[in-house]
Design a protein. Structure first.
Length: 122
């Protein structure tokens, strides 16, 4: 985790979102971190179910999951604007670490989520 923290600080440390994240999470316990992170991964598991149901990325179901993801990030980490969300969606497929982690719910889940996010943020 320390490596990821250092990387995040170097990439986004000068942003308002990063400062908000530091403020919001400064008193998180190990349990609160687990709850927030597990909640986010549960949403990606829901994206996999949605994808496997044959829904399209711009379906009401997929778009509701994007809204749920955005609300979760805002509630637990920082205000997730549409612009930030669009960037996250791109990162979910461009960065192999994210892609691999999300695709543990099924091959193509990261791409499905990223495409749903792109449709949502247009």
């Amino acid at each position: 985790m320390k490596n990821y923290e250092t990387e995040a600080r170097s990439r986004w440390g000068n942003t308002d979102a990063y400062r908000e994240h530091e403020q919001k999470t400064k008193n998180y316990t190990k349990e609160k971190w687990a709850e927030a992170n597990d909640g986010m991964m549960a949403i990606f598991a829901e994206f996999a179910v949605c994808k496997n149901s044959g829904a399209s990325t711009n379906s009401a179901e997929a778009q509701a999951l994007v809204a749920k993801l955005q609300a979760h990030i805002t509630a637990n980490y920082y205000t997730c604007t549409d612009e930030i969300l669009a960037g996250l969606g791109q990162m979910y497929v461009a960065d192999e670490r994210f892609k691999k982690n999300i695709d543990k719910y099924g091959e193509g889940t990261a791409e499905f989520a990223a495409d749903a996010i792109a449709a949502y943020t247009k």
